[in-house]
Write a protein that binds this ligand. Structure first.
Ligand SMILES: *Cc1c(COP(=O)(O)O)cnc(C)c1O
Length: 458
């Protein structure tokens, strides 16, 4: 098929939709390091994890060998309400940039929660429901994960308790109302409702909260309430597995037209969308079938891959979760208050950390004013108002397309457009008013945080 036959949007028939998730760990010769039990320093067993997560998800978390894991019919039915997500050939952007590059993006903002997080939320809620649980607890930062989980739980009739980072709770009241509309309860974190929350508040009464701290509260709420388990929207192996639906759909759609990307770009917070998007392509690379360039994009104010260390660390500030080996800035690291662009987690998925460590993936950090410039440009050219997180990927996709303009290379660039920015207009306002600054942590600040890393599993 010739190039000009490629439509603006590539659709999949229902019958072409993925029937299984792809587990990239199965093709990794060196597996991601196991989670460690913080009490013993030994690898977590299924029993350890079973206190926190539901059983089927524990199996998925620990499964490094099964290549394809079937997507249960109920989840596929739910996916049909908003999937396949559009794969767009960015003809308008290409033309405006005057680049010979061919640009594609996979748009995950096409559902009410506004991001890719719904792909894992429905899976996690489904397995909790199947196990006969009453409900789930979680944290949410910017609010996309909480909203996605609230939608999934609302659909399945599960109770949903969300601990929302306090500054977001105050800055994004509409997010909160969406969650409540879907039936979730939303508590600003740190809160006096948990022991860990009370402790953090006693030490630092004016804190505006952090993701790590909200995780600690949600885990405590799950382990102290009968019939509840904790669910997490990123970082974990199981979440990358569920998000592989993004990459599978993309690959099926591109294969239909014989399109092979040279470069695949995604923003990286905890690594779930990027991990999901690249998984099937990375599988080909790992099996020696094809080569691709993968680029993770992170904020310069929270640069876990580009400036972090690869070490065991706590996943949460309260140090109640298992330890994960990952690129990390230290579990006490909190990005500068002026950082508005999301992707503020201190660590990175152990799967992506290992792939990056082996040189199979690159990483770049970008400053938020440059990210919002790209966001605004994209909104005006392609029409979609992107989430600040997604705009990190847009920034690098545009930069790469402009390089092609200089060199004349006709590269095919694929990027993940993870969501929409309707709830991020406070950040856009700062940008539009010229009041957005950049902040890059100093080496000394990072070192102070590294000094507090746990001394285990070296
Ligand atoms: C949560 C989120 C991200 C970052 O999370 P990952 O786990 O790194 O994918 C990126 N974009 C949007 C829109 C999000 O909601």
């Amino acid at each position: 098929m010739t190039e000009n036959k490629i439509p603006y949007k590539i659709y999949l028939e229902e019958s072409e939709m993925p029937q299984a998730w792809y587990n990239v760990r199965a093709d990794m010769p060196i597996k991601p390091a196991p989670l460690l039990n913080p009490a013993t320093g030994e690898p977590c067993t299924a029993e350890d994890l079973g206190h926190v997560f539901c059983d089927e998800l524990v199996k998925q978390e620990l499964d490094d060998t099964t290549r394809y894991i079937p997507i249960p019919q109920e989840i596929r039915d739910f996916y049909k309400m908003y999937r396949p997500s559009p794969l767009v050939r960015a003809y308008c952007l290409e033309e405006k940039l005057g680049t010979p590059a061919k640009i594609y993006y996979k748009f995950e903002g096409n559902n009410t929660s506004g991001s890719h997080k719904l792909n894992s939320a429905i899976a996690q809620a489904y397995y909790a429901k199947n196990q006969g649980l009453r409900g789930v607890t979680t944290e949410t930062g910017a609010g996309q994960w909480g909203t996605a989980l609230a939608m999934a739980c609302g659909y399945l009739g599960l109770d949903c308790k969300v601990y929302m980072v306090k500054c977001s709770y105050e800055q994004k009241p509409f997010r909160r109302e969406v969650m409540r509309t879907y039936g979730a309860s939303v508590t600003p974190s740190p809160s006096p409702t948990t022991e860990v929350g009370r402790k953090i508040l006693a030490e630092n009464p004016d804190t505006t909260g952090s993701l790590g701290c909200a995780i600690s509260e949600a885990v405590e709420a799950a382990t102290t309430n009968e019939g509840y388990r904790y669910v997490l929207g990123s970082v974990l192996n199981q979440v990358l597995l569920h998000q592989s639906v993004i990459g599978m759909e993309t690959k099926i759609a591109l294969d239909k037209y014989g399109v092979v990307p040279d470069m695949i770009i995604g923003c990286a917070g905890g690594g779930s969308n990027l991990g999901g998007l690249i998984s099937p392509f990375m599988g080909e690379k790992l099996r020696g079938e094809r080569d691709y360039e993968f680029i993770a994009v992170e904020p310069a104010s929270c640069p876990s891959l580009t400036r972090g260390v690869y070490a065991y660390d706590f996943c949460d500030t309260g140090k109640v979760c298992p330890l994960a080996k990952m690129y990390t800035l230290g579990s006490g690291f909190i990005p500068s208050a002026n950082h508005a662009g999301g992707l503020r987690y201190h660590g990175m998925s152990p799967v992506l950390s290992e792939l990056y460590h082996e040189g199979l993936m690159e990483a770049r950090s970008v400053e938020q004013t440059k990210v919002f410039e790209a966001a605004e440009y994209f909104a005006r050219v392609e029409g979609i108002l992107p989430a600040p997180e997604s705009s990190h990927a847009i920034r690098v996709a545009i930069d790469e397309a402009l390089k092609c303009k200089e060199t004349g290379e006709e590269k095919t660039i694929l990027f993940g457009l993870t969501g929409t920015g309707y709830f991020d207009l406070y950040a856009y306002q700062k940008f539009n008013d010229g009041q957005m600054g950049d902040y890059i942590p100093t080496d000394e600040e990072l070192q102070a945080s590294f000094n507090k890393l746990p001394k285990v599993g070296k």
